[in-house]
Write a new protein. Structure first.
Length: 210
């Protein structure tokens, strides 16, 4: 049977429409993206700023042998926060299996009329968050400097006056080196444990924006 010219045109047009629709459907599948509900949730226990994580064992602020306004380990105490470098690390302490709260206001010197000063390494609350706020954007700082500002011991057998075998972890991995040399890297999680039982280092989720 002979097919007329107009019929061929109609047939070809129909085929092109079917192909275009098919390609369009396939294209819509290829560019689809997961919804916000499908995004992975933050791992670890959320850190709620202003709260207390652990048992309160220490007084707020630095000890008498810690930072009182003088330069400590090359770190100054300024009348305002220095934010050329602004990062955060987290420190967890365990003594005989009991988690202890890192005190608030470590590295913050209070004086009358609010004329105190603040060190480049300090805490604002008892969550274990260490604030690293420095005038040097390339500055690097260590756990040893933080403990010196706090005025507490940091040794292989003594953590803040609690003596015994010390186990250290950095980002969940066992650490065998000099405790004072542990870097305060952005969002690093440092755990120090004295005595037994030795528990698995906890994992925390940093607050959004920190």
């Amino acid at each position: 049977m002979r097919i007329s010219g107009p019929a061929i045109v109609v047939t070809l047009a129909s085929l092109l429409i079917v192909v275009a629709v098919t390609l369009g459907i396939r294209h819509s599948y290829s560019v689809s993206t997961p919804s916000a509900a499908e995004a992975p949730a933050p791992q670890g226990t959320p850190i709620v700023q202003g709260s207390v994580i652990g048992k309160v064992l220490f007084a707020d602020g630095d000890t008498a042998s810690g930072g009182r306004g003088q330069t400590v380990g090359g770190i100054e105490c300024n009348i305002q926060e220095m934010l050329a470098k602004h990062q955060h690390a987290h420190l967890t302490l365990f003594f005989d299996g009991v988690q202890a709260a890192l005190p608030k206001f470590v590295g913050i010197v209070m004086k009358p009329q609010n004329q105190g000063c603040i060190y480049w390494l300090h805490t604002h609350d008892a969550t274990g968050l260490i604030h690293i706020e420095s005038p040097d954007p390339n500055g690097t700082y260590t756990l040893g400097q933080f403990f010196a500002i706090w005025g507490q011991e940091l040794a292989p057998d003594d953590i803040a006056g609690h003596t015994g075998a010390v186990h250290a972890y950095v980002d969940g991995m066992a650490y065998q080196g000099d405790l004072r040399a542990i870097p305060l890297a952005p969002r690093s999680e440092i755990t120090l444990e004295v005595g037994k039982p030795v528990v698995a280092p906890p994992l925390y989720a940093f607050p959004e924006g920190l």
